[in-house]
Write a protein that binds this ligand. Structure first.
Ligand code: NDP
Length: 251
């Protein structure tokens, strides 16, 4: 028996990386976990691994860049859940890694959809399961890029900065619904996203060598440790903490 018996948590970007480890940690603590990511064998595998711990957990495949898919996923969730006790908005996409004069407008817009607009849309349509008497904790996974501009990451930096502000807005409006919201930067973590960053061309990404160096110097943390560090914050943050931004390295 864990601390989260009877609670339902929705994790976006649950198929791999940080989201996979967060999902497993929540299942171990007794939560029912709803795993959201695009349809893939990785999502199936992570869902099976979570269900081996928390059998009443399930996946809702969804592309956060597609509004109709968000509506559909939310309907599935609302049909199953009267109340959601926590959301970890963890899904993220680093594309496009391009100087802003070269970036395709559609790719740039899609980054906004996946990294921030989809977060608002999904939360809004899940309103009926969030606005009851019960306590709700929402955690958004931010980035150092929300505070620091990086060449060729204009879409990602802008989206993560927007996500931080969205979290503060939710904290503001959430008080009357017993909802708290925090954002947290996870540090540099050894996941597929870092592989993508290191795979960018020098031409597109002048800072590429820095990220290769972080990897070679062993500076990346592993997603399991990050999930363990995030766990107390995402499951127990307080009204006093609501609206604040954290860095996992300070937790
Ligand atoms: P991964 O690439 O390993 O995982 C990203 C997750 O987001 C996957 O589950 C992926 O699912 C999901 N995702 C991506 N695009 C979509 C989409 N369109 N619709 C639904 N789900 C999507 O990266 P991390 O685990 O590293 O990233 C987790 C979070 O941490 C992100 O928000 C990222 O920005 C943030 N972060 C990561 C850092 C790092 O160093 N790794 C540093 C700072 C922040 P799938 O592709 O299967 O659909």
């Amino acid at each position: 028996m864990g601390d989260l018996q009877g609670q339902t948590y929705l994790i976006t970007g649950a198929s791999k990386g940080i989201g996979r480890e967060v999902s497993l940690a929540l299942a171990r603590a007794g939560a029912r976990v709803v795993l959201l990511a695009r349809n893939s064998s990785e999502l199936e595998q992570t869902t099976a691994d979570v269900q081996a711990i928390a059998p009443n957990s399930y996946a809702t495949p969804c592309d956060l860049g597609v509004p109709a898919a968000i509506e559909e996923a939310a309907q599935t969730i609302l049909a199953n859940e009267g109340a959601i006790h926590g959301i970890v908005h963890n899904a993220g996409d680093i594309h496009p890694i391009k100087p802003l004069f070269d970036a395709d407008a559609g790719d740039w817009g899609r980054s906004m959809m996946v990294n921030v607009v989809g977060v608002q849309h999904l939360t809004q349509v899940l309103g009926p399961a969030l606005q009851g008497e019960h306590r709700v904790r929402v955690t958004t996974i931010s980035s150092g890029a929300a505070l620091r501009p990086l060449a060729s990451w204009s879409a990602y930096c802008t989206a993560k900065a927007g996500l931080d502000m969205w979290t503060r807005c939710l904290a503001e409006e959430g008080r009357e619904h017993n909802i708290t919201a925090v954002s947290v930067a996870p540090g540099i973590v050894d996941t597929a996203m870092q592989t993508t960053i290191r795979s960018a061309s020098e031409e597109d990404f002048p800072l590429r060598a820095n990220f290769v160096g972080y990897h070679e110097d062993g500076q990346l943390s592993n997603p399991e440790d990050v999930a363990a560090a995030l766990f107390p914050l995402m499951t127990a943050h307080s009204f006093e903490q609501s609206g604040q931004r954290f860095d996992v390295r300070d937790l």
